[in-house]
Ligand binder design. Structure first.
Ligand SMILES: Nc1ncnc2c1ncn2[C@@H]1O[C@H](COP(=O)(O)OP(=O)(O)OP(=O)(O)O)[C@@H](O)[C@H]1O
Ligand SMILES: [Mg+2]
Length: 153
C-alpha cells in the first residue's frame, strides 16, 4: 500500500506553500496526498436542541469543502487526482490533524496560518503538532525565510 502524506490547510499563504511542498514530496515518493481542513463551528452559546444546527453544520461543511477545492486547484491543479483525497472535519485543527496523523506516514503543515499576530514565527497549530504528532512532522517555512529557494529532500 502507498504511503500517505497528510497535509493540513487553512486559507493562508503558509498553507499554500506547504501544499506545494507536500505535493512535490508525494510525487517524488509515490505517496497518496490527503489534504485536510478543519472547520470550527462554535456552537457553545447555542442551545443543543436548536433546530437550525444541522443546517449550519451542513453549510460549514460545504464552505470547508469549497475552500479545499479552491486552494488545491490554485496551487497544484495538475496533481494526479487518483492519489489525492480531500477531507473536511469539524473540530479544532490540532485535534483533527492529530487524529489524521495516526494513519499517516508524514504530516505536513505551514509554519503560519491565517490567524495569530504578525511576527510570530510559529502558529499554535504547528507548534502543538510538532509536540504531539504520532508520525514525523514537516513544518514548511515561508519562502521569505529561505532566500536561496525552498529546501528539497
Ligand atoms: N483549520 C485548519 N485546518 C487544517 N490545517 C490548518 C488549519 N489551521 C491551520 N492549519 C495548518 O497549520 C499551519 C499553521 O497555522 P497556525 O494556525 O498554527 O498559525 P497561525 O494561524 O498563524 O496562528 P494561530 O492559529 O496560533 O493564531 C497552516 O499553514 C496550516 O498548514
Ligand atoms: Mg491558525
Amino acid at each position: 500500500m502507498s504511503d500517505v502524506i497528510v497535509l493540513g490547510i487553512d486559507d493562508s499563504e503558509g498553507a499554500r506553500t506547504a501544499l506545494a511542498w507536500a505535493a512535490r514530496q508525494a510525487t517524488a515518493t509515490g505517496a497518496r496526498l490527503r489534504v485536510v481542513h478543519a472547520y470550527d463551528l462554535n456552537l457553545a452559546w447555542i442551545e443543543a436542541d436548536n433546530p437550525d444546527i444541522p443546517l449550519w453544520e451542513r453549510r460549514a461543511q460545504i464552505a470547508a469543502r469549497q475552500l479545499l477545492e479552491r486552494v488545491v486547484n490554485d496551487v497544484v491543479p495538475s496533481f494526479d487526482a487518483s492519489r489525492l483525497d480531500l477531507h473536511v472535519c469539524g473540530g479544532r485543527p490540532e485535534a483533527v490533524l492529530l487524529q489524521e496523523a495516526r494513519a499517516a506516514n508524514l504530516l505536513v503543515v505551514g509554519s503560519r496560518g491565517r490567524g495569530g499576530f504578525a511576527g510570530l514565527l510559529l502558529g499554535s497549530v504547528s507548534q502543538r503538532l510538532a509536540q504531539s504528532s504520532p508520525c514525523p512532522v514537516v513544518i514548511v517555512p515561508p519562502p521569505s525565510r529561505v532566500p536561496t529557494g525552498p529546501a528539497r529532500l
